[in-house]
Design a protein around this ligand. Sequence first.
Ligand SMILES: NC(=O)c1ccc[n+]([C@@H]2O[C@H](COP(=O)([O-])OP(=O)(O)OC[C@H]3O[C@@H](n4cnc5c(N)ncnc54)[C@H](O)[C@@H]3O)[C@@H](O)[C@H]2O)c1
Length: 301
Amino acid sequence: MANLDFSDRVVIVTGAGRGIGRAHALLLASRGASVVVGDLGARTDGSGVDGDDPAADVVSEINAAGGKAVASTGDVSTDEGADALVDAAVSSFGKLDAVINNAGIVRTAPFDEVPYEEYQRHLDVHYFGTLRVCRAAWPHLLESDAPRIVNTISQAMLGNPGMSHYGGSKGAVFGLTRNLALAGLDKGIKVNAIAPGAGTRMAEAAAETLSPEIMEYMRTSLLPEHVAPVAAYLVHPSCEVTGEVFNVAGGIVNRLALVNTVGIHDPRLSIETVAERFEQIMAITPEAAPQVVAPAHMPVS
Ligand SMILES: NC(=O)c1ccc[n+]([C@@H]2O[C@H](COP(=O)([O-])OP(=O)(O)OC[C@H]3O[C@@H](n4cnc5c(N)ncnc54)[C@H](O)[C@@H]3O)[C@@H](O)[C@H]2O)c1
């Protein structure tokens, strides 16, 4: 297959100063995209900034390699930060085609010890940050010939030790992704999500919830560069899928599908019917239908 070209694409990547977002930005720029590198320089737990400027570093790296990029150092959890990202795209490159919402924070703690402020902070960055950037970008995406949004969720939304606040906020981003996919359906805006795994600074911060063997495997075998090709493909005009989620780590890519089981239908439903037919309700049979926003655009083989 010929290399996929991004030379007419303008893409915002949030949290692109480090880790997975940096890999997205470098890959897209190496294929010709004009990239807005968004990064606040936040501490891993979101408790403040460290005083460095990782967005500027990545822009320098891209420019030195002959690519096109500008930095935006706003906080995605504020209207000003979200607007600044979009303004940077439009004022520097004249348009906006795609957004990769990747900025994220984490701190692990047992459920009953997490203060409400921590839940709010995770929601502010992940859910409201994604929402604000999408809202600011939406009018410009409507002008694009192939508008795309990729959000970043996590397997932690399905349950991870010490991550009720983080996982819950990522679950909110999943719900937002599905609803934006629906909102964009008749406008051509494709909205998908990835659930990545990579041995980044964030993974190190969550190390206490993982075994030493898994941590070592993440450091050596799950690289941010393994995640970027999927995000890049999802923002390419040739990729038309929407409302989907992909697990991506270390070269593994699979679809996270929600299925409705065939279950039962009994208008005279009683507690006992539920108890008696519970196995049937639970059974994932070949007829179990994936819950999709739009029919698959690609043949399943
Ligand atoms: N690393 C993993 O295994 C893993 C697993 C599941 C999900 N994720 C998700 O992938 C994304 C990237 O994670 P990473 O591992 O590369 O982490 P990272 O800490 O290396 O990078 C995250 C970047 O986001 C930036 N950021 C944080 N809050 C911000 C804000 N309010 N505004 C602007 N920028 C902000 C940080 O400054 C940082 O550079 C996150 O959304 C994370 O939740 C990562």
